[in-house]
Design a protein around this ligand. Structure first.
Ligand code: SF4
Length: 510
């Protein structure tokens, strides 16, 4: 299947991985209830975790006989899988729903279905304020996509193999304290989402054929006060160990060369099964799978990084020497108000240990600036920490006030202007660090996974090294290769870095 053609960008923002529209191949089977298969257009917004949900829903629809189409104007049914992480993501979701609603009057669409995190947050309001929406599907109700689109009846929830019941004592305790309460949310259903796909769930990959995300866990038990994801996605629960391995083996057999493990917190993997060092054990096993060349994971929680995890990364060639650890801040007082703990000193110690055990480590993090009450001094602590830590990749988000989050009631909110000033300042520090680090790579050789023609210009090719996670890090542009080579997307090549920019690199294939 030409997976690259399955989901395409809707807008310039989507090129950064923010929103993606299914353009789909044709999938039919004789079980289709209609004479002609219904055409479904699918738009996936938000993060890779939401993308996996979209892939699962597309898989269910295709198995039930739907035909997936890339053109919204050709679709009988349009599904928008939404994001509700921060205000800008909610706005993008609403704009997309309204844009797609227009196809019900100007196009042939008969149905508009809204799925995902926005449904968990504003279930009733979506139905009330956007009458064009025919059905909503929450993050815990993915199997309802069949009934919502009218393609086939939904399987009876009581028999669903997708509902998992395991939880961690930590999560149960937080639930008792009200961490997951959605009582004040209009229309939120009582039950928290507890869905999790498994290796038998149909899934259509929307990523290039050579790479796939694997969701190893869902939900989150942490108490971070700026975040409503636990209310949207439910308590933390892991997929069975064997289920993840079986899916990875199947993906490798189908030509996938790189898997990226995701979850709200991958480092808690297996704790609900009382599995110690579950992520390290999983990585070890995945590294044995023939056909896979790169295995990596995203979203590590800082105090869950064990010595065993670091040693496992260091001792397996196939496990990328890459860590993504969102630290959110570095000032101990801000982190305390965020209910995350830690601080610059303990983080630096931990970073030194990571770099000692994994010598060629690529380290990524992200921060929130403008958290309520963040003083100039606390912000300067963060800036100083960034200068010292020398991250390879860093993302910065402006604090977004979310009703229902612990920080919503905090006083001393910063103005958006001041928050933006701080965000830009922090990024300018990182730009200089990144520039220096990228420059130091000139002349060095790396394996490069070729992605294809560059999105910027057809004169260049584009790829990634193990230092680059899909979609979030900088790029490697390829401007030269030996005459006898015809570079093919999805193949690995040895390359040498020849130029460096602030975030991107230029390389030649050797
Ligand atoms: S770790 Fe914190 S920020 Fe991340 S999903 Fe969980 S509660 Fe939200």
């Amino acid at each position: 299947m030409p997976v690259k053609d399955l989901i395409v960008s809707r807008s310039s923002e989507s090129k950064k991985g923010k929103s993606q529209e299914n353009t789909g191949p044709t999938h039919r089977n004789s079980a289709a209830p209609n004479d002609r298969p219904q055409k479904v257009g699918f738009i996936s917004l938000g993060c890779p975790k939401n993308l996996v949900d979209s892939e699962v829903m597309m898989g269910m629809l295709a198995r039930a006989g739907a035909e997936l189409t890339r053109r919204a104007e050709d679709a009988d049914v349009i599904v928008v899988n939404t994001c509700s992480f921060i205000n800008s993501a909610q706005q993008e979701s609403v704009n997309t729903i309204l844009e797609m609603a227009a196809h019900k009057t100007s196009g042939k669409a008969k149905k508009l279905v809204v799925a995902g995190c926005l449904v968990e947050r504003y279930r009733d309001q979506i139905r009330k304020d956007i009458p064009e929406v025919d059905a909503v599907v929450g993050t815990g109700e993915l199997m309802q996509i069949l009934a919502a689109t009218g393609i086939a009846p939904a399987p009876a929830p009581t028999n669903s193999p997708f509902v998992v019941l395991n939880s961690r004592p930590e999560g149960d305790a937080r639930a008792a304290q009200g961490r997951f309460s959605r009582e004040s949310w209009d229309g939120a259903i009582g039950d928290l989402p507890n869905y999790l796909y498994d290796e038998d769930t149909p899934r259509i990959l929307a990523t290039p054929q050579h790479m796939a995300y694997i969701k190893i866990a869902e939900g989150c038990d942490h108490p971070c006060t700026f975040c409503i994801i636990p209310q949207l996605r439910g308590q933390f629960r892991s997929r069975r160990f064997e289920s993840v391995i079986a899916e990875a083996e199947r993906l490798a057999q189908s030509g996938v060369r790189e898997v990226t493990l995701i979850g709200q917190d991958t480092t808690c993997y297996g704790e609900d099964f009382e599995l110690k060092d579950g992520l390290a054990l999983l990585l070890e096993k995945l590294a044995d799978i023939e056909g896979l060349r790169w295995v990596r994971f995203l979203y590590a929680y800082p105090n869950k990084i064990t010595g065993k995890l670091l040693e496992t990364i260091a001792s397996h060639e196939k496990i990328c020497s890459y860590m993504d650890v969102p630290l959110q801040h570095a000032s101990a007082s801000v982190l305390k108000r965020m209910k995350r703990g830690g601080g610059a000193e303990v983080f630096l110690k931990s970073i030194h240990k990571m770099r000692r055990v994994i010598p060629e480590l690529t380290l990524r993090t992200s921060f929130i600036v403008g958290f309520p009450g963040e003083t100039e001094k606390e912000f300067e602590e963060l800036c100083e920490f960034v200068r010292e830590a020398q991250f390879d990749w860093m993302g910065t988000f402006s604090y977004s006030d979310q009703e229902g989050a612990g920080a919503y009631g905090l006083e001393k909110k910063l103005s958006s202007g001041e928050t933006e000033r701080r965000r830009k300042h922090l990024m300018s520090i990182q730009r200089q660090i990144s520039k220096k680090k990228k420059k130091a790579l000139i002349g060095r050789e790396f394996d490069l996974l070729l992605e294809g023609e560059s999105e910027e210009t057809e004169l260049l090719l584009e790829g990634r090294t193990a230092m680059h996670a899909p979609e979030i890090d900088g790029k490697v542009f390829v401007n030269d290769f030996p005459e006898e080579i015809q570079p093919e997307p999805g193949h690995f090549y040895r390359c040498q870095i020849t130029e460096a920019h602030d975030y991107d690199l230029v390389a030649r294939i050797l």
